[in-house]
Ligand binder design. Sequence first.
Ligand SMILES: NC(=O)N[C@@H](O)C(=O)O
Ligand code: NI
Length: 178
Amino acid sequence: MAERLVARPLTREAFAPFGEVLQTGGAEHFPINAGTTERYHALAAVTLDGPPARAILSIFRGQPVTPPVRLALLERHPLGSQAFMPLDRRPYLVVVAPPGEGFALGDLHAFLARGDQGVSYAPGVWHHPLLALEAVSDFLVVDRDGPGNNCDERPLPAPVEVVLPAAAAGAGNEEGPR
Ligand SMILES: NC(=O)N[C@@H](O)C(=O)O
Ligand code: NI
């Protein structure tokens, strides 16, 4: 019998122990380009620790998962942050646990992210690899490329199933607060 983990809506406050939420709502912003563009500034910083490395931008094309989603492992990137921004503006799942040498099932948190929200995992934060929902979905990913081991995987102590709260199941892509 798998442990049930209910996903809750992603908010900056709830995600703060794990990193930043990339969204326009609540962000510092100002007009640029003679007022033709609004800059939502410094939503997150890119962290590159360890040996000299570079920040790179990639696109991850994720196959969708169908809740209830059964998890078997988490991973972490001890030497750098990793950010995901949905390009198809579909909701997706984020599962995290605080940084540290390990984690217990009680340390896991699941979030349902809207299609207008990205996340940036702080270095060392345990997280599940990309969990797209509904359809094949592209994500812009910003993370560290360089020497040193920057990906540790750790099996869960027991199977976990992530379920969507009925209320959030229809979250879809409606925009967050602006
Ligand atoms: N391994 C890899 O590039 N992807 C994972 O880090 C992930 O978080 O999806
Ligand atoms: Ni990762």
